[in-house]
Design a binder for this molecule. Structure first.
Ligand code: AMP
Ligand code: ZN
Length: 286
């Protein structure tokens, strides 16, 4: 019985990869590993897909180590996942880039989650690109996309809906193509995948930065609960919902907002100086 469910999950991921051409001959894909169940599922499912279909491409694990007391534990888990999947691993230690999260947190009024977010997005695009990646895979899953959808829709941010797809092509040479193999599987499915395959992971209820007493976005958790509640009386609610929104998004033209090059680091930004440089290089005070 359990294996049937595992097959359903795998089939959905494989179909997403196939249909949206997430993985192609000659690709060099960096999979961003957080230590959690989602990115681990993406790693193992992509590896299996490549082997099963004899796709000649390179898969590499990529991890950003925030150099906090908890980071050593996360690093161990991520390294074990990469070893089990038999893929090479690349780690960037933020301290080596002169980033001290504790210092930045003291100087910035931004919440710590937002600081981490800016650093992660910046490094996940820059480092793999500089190391020759053709695509960056992340472990964002179906439930995350539904929550993003509701939040953006409620804020009338309709432009965002055009990005509601498993593959986001880089629209600029400095912008890596992003792939989301878990677009049609959610938290429940990834938990099952890791459990059945015996893959260890960090429980995500706790943010890797518990050091700062920060629990993973409590609002996001509430949203998950609501989605699963609806699903308890409407079978396949999440899957149907994602499929419908994705069908609708195909009518919308995907355009990246106007991109400039940061005056300090030359990475892409919508302003003169990018969010990363404001935080890290200028020690923004507000
Ligand atoms: P989050 O924003 O924490 O929900 O994470 C979304 C995705 O970003 C994860 O599924 C990973 O693919 C990636 N990610 C998160 N944290 C890290 C990290 N420290 N290093 C590399 N990738 C990460
Ligand atoms: Zn910059």
């Amino acid at each position: 019985m359990k294996n049937i469910m595992l097959d359903v999950v795998k089939k959905r991921i494989f179909k997403t990869i196939e249909k949206h051409k997430l993985v192609e001959e000659g690709d060099k894909i960096f999979i961003a590993l957080s230590g959690g169940k989602d990115s681990a599922t993406a790693l193992f499912a992509m590896k299996e897909y490549m082997e099963k279909n004899s796709v000649n491409c390179e898969l590499k694990a990529f991890h950003i180590n925030f150099c906090l007391p908890i980071s050593e534990k996360v690093q161990k888990v991520v390294e074990e996942q990469a070893k089990l999947a038999e893929v090479k691993m690349e780690t960037v230690y933020v301290k080596d880039l002169g980033i001290d999260l504790e210092e930045i947190r003291k100087k910035s009024s931004r919440p710590i989650c937002s600081i981490c977010g800016v650093i992660k997005r910046y490094l996940m695009n820059k480092i793999p690109r500089e190391k020759g990646a053709s695509k960056l895979a992340t472990g964002h899953n179906m439930d995350d996309f539904l929550v993003f959808f509701f939040k953006n829709f409620l804020n009338k941010n309709f432009e965002w809906i055009s990005k509601f797809r498993p593959l986001l092509k880089g629209t600029h040479p400095k912008l890596l193509t992003k792939i989301r193999p878990l677009f049609y599987v959610g938290n429940k499915e990834c938990e099952l995948f890791c459990r059945e395959k015996g893959i260890g992971y960090i429980e995500e209820d706790v943010c890797p930065h518990t050091y700062f007493n920060c629990v993973i976005d409590p609002k996001r958790k509430k949203w998950y609960e609501i989605l699963y509640k609806i699903e308890s009386f409407h079978k396949d609610f999440r899957y149907q919902m994602v499929k419908s929104i994705a069908s609708y998004a195909r009518f919308l033209k995907y355009e990246e907002s106007k991109l400039l090059e940061c005056k300090i680091c030359s990475e892409l930004t919508s302003q003169e100086i990018c969010g990363f440089c404001k935080l890290v290089r200028k020690n923004e005070n507000k």
